[in-house]
Design a protein around this ligand. Structure first.
Ligand code: NDP
Length: 474
């Protein structure tokens, strides 16, 4: 391994306030019941800021503000709404360095990823949907598309700003107003986005951001003033939300968990496949719903793939998220670290063989070394459950039919990967995979114009592209 001198990004570009209120009706306000919580840096456990916890009357106020703003926002010409959304996109670009540093501090992800993936993609989503705002009648959604109303949006901690963009951009383009709740462990970039809404002169009440824990999210989605619910997170909470809104007029989209198969055939270019395997599972510490967490390797190339994968893993740098050399940052929370540890211990106790490259982890904060399990069978819990961490389960197959059967043998159906030199095989296999996205000879590639979403327990509805607008048009 080469020795690299530290290359830390300066955090002085971010001015984190000691405390943040709720963003309701265009301004920040204290919560009415006065409670707060702290958000920490998972890499150091240092407290970054104190954040308001929205209680029931705060949720009421936020939903009322969105309701009051709705008629005026929906009545604006599409081109005027587009102007505001373009402004949001431009300001995200202008403040991109600040947003990237803040995202890495609050989430623990490497600065290389927040700088090169999360923030540029968030801006790209706003640009993309700004383009649709005055062309809705050409989107194939009927001759006079109408907004749905007030959208309640609850997002997770793995891509805080990007998930905000996935939710808010199409909602605004369609003429809806929103109340968004970021995850408890990663509220800060959403609060800076609230400042960006002020900077863009977005009419008050069009975007409201309320922070809090699961109870705040539950109150928001159950609120009778809400017309549409959009959720990304665990399948378990997705089920609770589906139950809570069943029988109401609310429209719902759910983007939930995954256990993607990344399938490597014997004719695949091995070095490229290994890069794709590493990107598939170690990108964002494996906190990715579409992570390639099950590697299926054709038996005849298993030894070569595994040796190359181990060599590559030994090059991964784990450590300070703000260091530009870092490949794997901190695990987002103590609770998530515990979950990864528990499932990994279950993997060993069920008989799979565990391997990690030698790597020293920092003393403070939440860390987990990149890990692979071999000798995994379909029956193992680590092959069935979403670990949501840098842990890969390796299985083998002999024939394409066996690969497809194993890949589909999961309650999830969000994504999959196929590595082969044969174009015909790519098409044939992709056709048989029950997954919303299938990547061929690449993995974890996203674009605002491309729809994303799952089958089975991975949820329903699509985000991104023209399909993503459909969820916000009545
Ligand atoms: P959750 O599904 O609990 O969190 C997602 C969001 O929902 C958060 O904003 C959360 O708030 C909120 N929330 C929690 N409970 C409710 C509720 N009853 N009604 C409405 N909103 C609610 O994920 P966790 O953070 O608990 O992670 C647990 C596991 O879920 C992970 O280990 C991983 O396996 C999976 N996961 C999958 C994701 C995906 O994209 N597929 C994303 C995140 C997690 P708060 O953060 O304050 O609790």
């Amino acid at each position: 391994m080469f020795e690299y001198a530290p290359a830390p990004e300066s955090r002085s570009i971010v001015d984190i306030k000691p405390s943040y209120g709720l963003f309701v009706n265009g301004s920040f306000a204290e919560p009415t019941d006065g409670s707060t919580f702290k958000t920490i840096s998972p890499a150091s456990e240092e407290v970054l800021a104190e954040v308001a916890e929205a209680g029931p009357s705060d949720v009421d106020r936020a939903v009322s503000a969105a309701r009051d703003a709705f008629d005026r926002w929906a009545a604006l010409p599409g081109a005027t709404r587009a102007k505001y959304i373009y402004r949001l996109a431009r300001i995200i670009q202008e403040r991109s360095r600040e947003l990237a540093v803040l995202e890495s501090l609050d989430n623990g992800k490497p600065i290389r990823e927040s700088r090169d993936v999360d923030v540029p993609l968030a801006a790209a989503h706003f640009f993309y949907y700004a383009g649709w705002a005055d062309k809705l009648e050409h989107a194939g959604l009927g001759p006079s598309p109408r907004p749905i109303g007030v959208a309640a949006q609850v997002i997770p901690w793995n891509f805080p700003l990007l998930m905000l963009a996935w939710k808010i951009a199409p909602a605004l383009a369609g003429g809806n107003t929103v109340v968004l709740k970021p995850a408890e462990t990663t509220p800060l970039t959403a609060l800076v986005f609230a400042e960006i809404c002020q900077q863009a002169d977005l009419p008050p009440g069009v975007v409201n951001i309320i922070t809090g824990a699961g109870a705040t999210g539950a109150r928001l989605v159950e609120h009778p003033g809400v017309d549409k619910v959009a959720f990304t997170g665990s399948t378990e909470v997705g089920r609770q939300i589906a139950r809570a809104v069943a029988g109401t007029r609310k429209r719902v989209t759910l983007e939930l968990g995954g256990k993607a198969a990344n399938i490597v055939f014997d004719d695949a270019p091995i070095d490229q496949a290994v890069e794709g395997i590493v990107n598939g599972i170690f990108f964002n510490q494996g906190h990715v719903c579409c992570a390639g967490s099950r590697l299926l390797v054709q038996e005849s190339v298993y030894d070569g793939v595994l040796a190359a994968l181990k060599r590559r893993m030994a090059q991964l740098r784990v450590g300070d998220p703000l260091d530009k050399n870092t490949d794997i940052g901190a695990i987002n929370s103590a609770a998530q670290l515990e979950r990864i540890r528990t499932l990994s211990e279950i993997g060993s106790s069920e008989g799979a063989e565990r391997w990690s490259p030698p790597c020293s982890l920092p003393d403070r904060g939440f860390w987990f070394a990149p890990t692979i399990f071999t000798g995994v069978t379909q029956a193992h819990r680590i092959a069935r459950e979403e670990i949501f961490g840098p842990v890969l389960s390796v299985l083998t197959f002999r024939t394409p039919a066996e690969a497809v059967e194993k890949a589909n043998n999961t309650p999830y159906g969000l994504s999959a990967g196929v590595w082969t030199e044969k174009g015909s095989r790519i098409l044939a296999i992709a056709d048989q995979l029950r997954a919303g996205v299938v990547w061929a000879n690449t993995f974890n590639k996203f674009d605002p114009s491309s729809p994303f979403g799952g089958y089975k327990e991975s949820g329903y509805g699509r985000e991104g592209g023209r399909h993503g607008l459909e969820a916000y048009i009545g």
